[in-house]
Design a binder for this molecule. Structure first.
Ligand SMILES: Nc1ncnc2c1ncn2[C@@H]1O[C@H](COP(=O)(O)OP(=O)(O)O)[C@@H](O)[C@H]1O
Ligand SMILES: [Mg+2]
Length: 359
C-alpha cells in the first residue's frame, strides 16, 4: 500500500552510517557509539511498531491532504494536539509526535551527544505512548466518556515542526481540561460546588469501570487528562483522554510495567517506590487524587496529605479510602460507585457551607 510506505519509510530510510572523526576523544567515541546504537534500535522499533499498528488496530487511514489544520488545542508530555477539519469526517483533534529524524553529527561535543541520547529516549517514549493509544482504540471504543483514536494520519511530508506520526481523535472543542477548570476557579477565587464536583468525577469513574472490564488500566488519571466540554448553562461534559501509558492486565489482574510511569502526586505510591505489578487499584488512587485536586484546587504532592475537610466528612472519607497506600485495602470501583450514589442522595440534606465551600 502506498500509504504504508510514506508513513514508514521517510524516517527509517534516513539511517546512514556514521563516521567518527579522528579528533574525537575516546570518551566521545563511546558516547556517540551509544547514541547511534540507540538510534538504530529506535528506528527499528519504530518501523516494527508502526507496521504492527497499521496491520492490527483497525484504525481508519487518513491522508494529510484531506486535513485542514487549525489551532493548537494543547500539549502534554508526548506532543502537540491540534484541531483539524477532515474533508469528509469533519472536526478532529490530531495528536502528533515529533520523532528524532537524524543521527548525531560526528563533530558533536560530549554534551550534545548526551543530550541526543535523551532526545531519543523521549521520542521513543512518545512513540510508545501513541502506539498504546492506537492499539487500545478498538477495544476501548465503547467505553463511556473516553476519547479514543479513530484514525492514523499519513503525513506525506512534514506536518508541523517535525511531526511524522499522528493519530486522529474526536475533537472536544477548545481542548479544555479539568486542569483548565481548576485554574479558572483559582483565578475567580471560587470553589467547585459539591454537586458539580460529583458530576465531574462520576463519568471519570464510569470510564474506569468500562476500561477495567475490558482489561485495560489507564494509569495516568489527573485533571489534565480529563477534557471538559461546556454546554448550556453550567453543564459540563467530561471525557477522559490520553491512553499514552495505558496497560493491558495479564494473569491475576495485574500489569507488569518496566518503570514507574504516570504523574507524581497522582501515581500509586507503591509504583513510585519500585513495585512493578500494577492493578486497577492504581487507577482508584489516581481517581481519588483527581478528586482531591479538584476539591483543593491544587495538584496533590507525593506523600500523606492534609484531609479535604471543606466538603464534609463523607467526601473526606471517600478520598482517604482511595488513597490507602496498601492497594488491597484501597476502595474498589464498586465501593466508590456506592459511596457517590449515597452522597448524591444525601445532597439536599448537606449544609449549605459544605455544598458551596468558601474559597
Ligand atoms: N480529543 C481532543 N480534543 C481536544 N483537545 C484535546 C484532545 N485530546 C487532547 N487534547 C488537548 O491536548 C492536551 C494533551 O493531550 P494528551 O492526550 O493528554 O497528550 P499527552 O499524552 O501529551 O499528555 C490535552 O490536555 C488537551 O488540552
Ligand atoms: Mg496527557
Amino acid at each position: 500500500m502506498a500509504g504504508q510506505r510514506s508513513l514508514l519509510w521517510p524516517a527509517v530510510s534516513s539511517c546512514t552510517t556514521v563516521f567518527m572523526g579522528p579528533s574525537l576523544s575516546e570518551r566521545s567515541l563511546r558516547q556517540q557509539l551509544r547514541a547511534n546504537t540507540a538510534y538504530a534500535a529506535y528506528q527499528q522499533r519504530m518501523a516494527l511498531a508502526l507496521l504492527d499498528v497499521l496491520r492490527g488496530c483497525g484504525l481508519t487511514y487518513m491522508s494529510q491532504a484531506d486535513l485542514t489544520i487549525g489551532y493548537v488545542l494543547g500539549s502534554g508530555g508526548f506532543g502537540t494536539v491540534t484541531a483539524a477539519t477532515h474533508a469528509t469526517r469533519g472536526a478532529l483533534a490530531i495528536k502528533g509526535i515529533a520523532l528524532v529524524d537524524a543521527q548525531i553529527h560526528t563533530s558533536a561535543t560530549e554534551d550534545e551527544a548526551a543530550e541526543y541520547v535523551v532526545r531519543l529516549q523521549d521520542s521513543t517514549y512518545a512513540l510508545d505512548g501513541l502506539l498504546a493509544e492506537a492499539r487500545f482504540a478498538g477495544r476501548l471504543a465503547e467505553c463511556r466518556h473516553l476519547t479514543t483514536a479513530c484514525g492514523i494520519v499519513d503525513h506525506d511530508g512534514p506536518f508541523s515542526s517535525g511531526s511524522v506520526f499522528s493519530l486522529a481523535l474526536p475533537l472536544i472543542p477548545g481542548g479544555h481540561t479539568l486542569a483548565t477548570l481548576m485554574a479558572e476557579c483559582l483565578a475567580a477565587r471560587r470553589r467547585i460546588p459539591l454537586d458539580l464536583l460529583l458530576d465531574i468525577v462520576q463519568p471519570v469513574l464510569e470510564t474506569l469501570v468500562d476500561m477495567h472490564a475490558r482489561g485495560v488500566l489507564h494509569l495516568d488519571l489527573k485533571p489534565a487528562n480529563v477534557l471538559v466540554e461546556t454546554g448550556a448553562g453550567a453543564a459540563l461534559t467530561c471525557h477522559v483522554c490520553d491512553l499514552g501509558i495505558a496497560e493491558e492486565v495479564g494473569v491475576g489482574g495485574a500489569a507488569i510495567v518496566d518503570c514507574a510511569r504516570g504523574t507524581p502526586g497522582y501515581w500509586c505510591p507503591r509504583l513510585a517506590a519500585g513495585e512493578r505489578a500494577v492493578t486497577g487499584a492504581a487507577d482508584v488512587y489516581g481517581w481519588g487524587r483527581t478528586l482531591r485536586a479538584l476539591a483543593d484546587l491544587a495538584d496533590p504532592v507525593d506523600g500523606p496529605m492534609a484531609p479535604v475537610a471543606r466538603y464534609g466528612p463523607a467526601l473526606q472519607r471517600l478520598v482517604a479510602a482511595c488513597e490507602d497506600p496498601y492497594p488491597p485495602a484501597r476502595a474498589t470501583l464498586d465501593d466508590i460507585e456506592a459511596e457517590l450514589a449515597q452522597m448524591r442522595w444525601a445532597l439536599p440534606t448537606i449544609p449549605e457551607h459544605l455544598r458551596f465551600p468558601a474559597f
